[in-house]
Design a protein around this ligand. Structure first.
Ligand code: DAH
Length: 346
């Protein structure tokens, strides 16, 4: 082999090695290239070295020097590639590892249940109208759920089939009233909180109570055995139905975000006189709002107020119904199935 050809091969190899080193994207690729070109046993430089034996004797020295020079230059280009990669991984590691163009992995963060969101919002609206939040127990006694609310002993609202009684005090021999004493039940209405507040407060009173109530209804699109009510109560020296209607109108307009007309129709509840059903006009039709009225003098007397001196209004509305209307939810059961595909929409 002529020395020219040998040198040509060495230079071609140096060029190829330099290219491979500078193109290596990480230390693994660089190491592969190092083994390929500089490997002590099977490296390509090593196998080229064997060609030196075929170079004519008087040119072997020149060939040897050239071989060393090329070996050094390949070694140098390996080292500079090594430096390049190590400085990239210390200074710019984030830039190399984080590729902002890759598709992300979405994950859902938790959020408040739509009913909790509704409760918070309604509490807020009533707060702006001057009503302070009040709480009462969900396990109630007969006295607060019925008796003090002027609901007579034989009233159908007390029927064991329409309530979740937890304890049955002595039964009477007659079969029309099976419950006597002061049995416990899961409260069937938030009107209980009216009594609990008035028992412990002197007028004026302006409270709102939002919470769970329980009735053994079969679940369908609009019924569920547990649901939520918002109860309002205002007692002062001269409270009238006009005040009630104004509060309901402001409440509905605030929640639904529009000027909402409200109308009242005569109705009956044992704890109010007169009693009304309230409706609001929404989306082209009248929608039932809930029950309301002027607090019955018997209720005021039961808590030690003087009906000659003070009067009040009260109302009780279904929270699910308000939430469903506002968000166009067509079935109350969606609210309690806890399917995250539903819940994530709120
Ligand atoms: N407690 C009644 C119910 O659950 C609703 C109600 C009606 C509440 C009239 C009131 C009221 O405060 O005045 O059906």
């Amino acid at each position: 082999m002529s020395i020219e050809l040998f040198i040509e091969q060495l230079e071609a190899l140096a060029q190829e090695a330099g290219k491979a080193f500078s193109e290596a994207a990480d230390s693994d690729q660089l190491d592969q290239a190092r083994v390929e070109f500089l490997g002590a046993k099977k490296g390509r430089l090593k196998s080229l070295q064997k060609n030196m034996g075929a170079v004519p004797g008087d040119q072997k020295k020149t060939a040897g020097m050239k071989l060393n020079a090329v070996k050094n230059s390949i070694q140098e280009s390996f080292e500079s590639a090594q430096n390049r990669l190590s400085s990239a991984s210390s200074d710019g590691q984030r830039d190399v590892k984080f590729d902002a163009t890759l598709p992300g992995k979405a994950f859902h963060v938790g959020r408040l249940h739509p009913i909790t969101q509704t409760i918070n919002e309604l509490k807020d609206i009533m707060g702006r109208l001057g009503f302070t939040p009040a709480e009462g127990p969900e396990i109630e006694d007969d006295y607060h759920n019925f008796e003090a609310l002027n609901i007579p002993r034989a009233h159908p609202a007390r029927d064991p089939l329409d309530n979740f009684y937890l304890s049955v005090a002595e039964t009477t021999s007659g079969n029309d009233i099976a419950l006597s004493g002061n049995p416990l039940l899961l409260r069937s209405q938030t009107s209980t909180v009216q009594i609990r507040v008035m028992e412990n407060t002197q007028p004026p009173v302006r409270i709102v109570s939002l919470g769970r109530v329980y009735r053994p209804d079969t679940a369908d699109w609009s019924h569920y055995p547990m649901f939520h009510q918002i109860e309002g109560l205002m007692v002062d020296e001269d409270v009238s139905l006009a005040d009630l209607k104004t509060v309901l109108k402001l409440f509905a307009s605030n929640y639904l975000g529009d000027e909402v007309p409200v109308r009242i129709r005569p109705s009956f509840f044992p704890f109010t006189e007169p009693s009304v059903e309230a409706d609001y006009y929404w989306d082209g039709k009248w929608v039932e709002f809930g029950g309301a009225g002027i607090v019955d003098p018997n209720v005021l007397r039961a808590v030690g107020y003087d009906p000659e001196k003070v009067s009040g209004f009260a109302f009780g509305l279904g929270i699910e119904r308000l939430c469903m209307i506002r968000h166009q939810i067509t079935d109350i059961r969606y609210l309690f199935t806890n399917d995250t595909r539903f819940l994530h929409q709120f």
